[in-house]
Design a protein around this ligand. Structure first.
Ligand code: GLN
Length: 237
């Protein structure tokens, strides 16, 4: 079976595991879901979710546990499927805007710069419908839960050395702001879901809904990757 980890240093771990289990019931393969706190646990994983929470805290804890370098290797060298939600998206970005002064460490993997806390503080959290064309159901929007959410403010196409980045970053979802939040001086359309190679990130929290569609979609990507690599996939009976 395939082992899918949820990084469990801090943040919304149990919610992801719960939705992963529900999603897996819809797939014809066997998965093991496990919480990841050590390099040994990480090494056993075929794929990983980095949950929401607080990215600065998560980075400090990861550094202390010696997990930052193994995480970077998991994402960039091993090329295993990784999905970050909210703070997890921040961790997977190559650059984070509000991070520079604080010297926040990131895992990286997505050639994007994120803007942290795009919509303000905790009390400015909101729920909004977003269109996610990759789910293939244009008529049924996804309830996006945004809690001090980051957005992708720039896609990095060239390195500081002027070299083109390896593979394009795909925009997988945008949020078109309603009048209520439009007057904040920012752009009217924010990028809230991206993918590049094995790395996927969302600004919002699907694990705080009971909508399993993104978890099902992502587990299918995990399965495809495993089959492609020739890993044994055990059928669910
Ligand atoms: N604002 C947090 C950060 O920058 C993310 C919030 C969340 O994950 N809900 O890390």
């Amino acid at each position: 079976s395939l082992t899918v980890g949820v990084l469990a240093l801090q943040g919304g771990v149990g919610e992801h595991t719960g939705l992963l289990r529900k999603a897996a019931a819809h797939l014809a393969a066997k998965f093991d879901f496990t919480e990841v706190r050590t390099t040994e646990q990480l090494a056993r994983c075929d794929a990983l979710i980095i949950p929401g929470g607080e990215s600065t805290t998560m980075a400090i804890v990861a550094r202390r546990l010696g997990l930052l370098e193994p995480l970077r290797e998991f994402v960039k060298v091993d090329g295993k499927p990784v999905w970050g939600t909210c703070a997890g998206l921040v961790m997977l970005a190559e650059e984070a805007s509000a991070a520079k002064q604080g010297g926040q460490e990131l895992v990286g993997g997505l050639d994007v710069r994120v803007l942290r806390n795009r919509y303000g503080t905790q009390i400015q959290s909101f729920v909004a419908d977003i269109q996610l064309p990759f789910l293939g159901e244009a008529e049924k929007p996804f309830r996006g839960v945004f809690i001090r959410a980051p957005v992708v403010e720039e896609i990095i196409t060239h390195s500081t050395m002027g070299q083109k980045t390896a593979e394009p970053v795909e925009v997988m979802g945008v949020f078109r702001k309603a009048e209520a939040v439009k007057g904040d001086g920012g752009s009217v359309e924010d990028i809230v879901a991206v993918r590049q190679r094995n790395v996927f990130g969302t600004s919002f929290h699907p694990e705080l809904t009971d909508d399993i569609r993104i978890h099902v979609w992502w587990l299918k990507q995990v399965l495809d990757t495993a089959r492609h690599k020739g890993l044994p996939v055990v059928s669910a009976v």
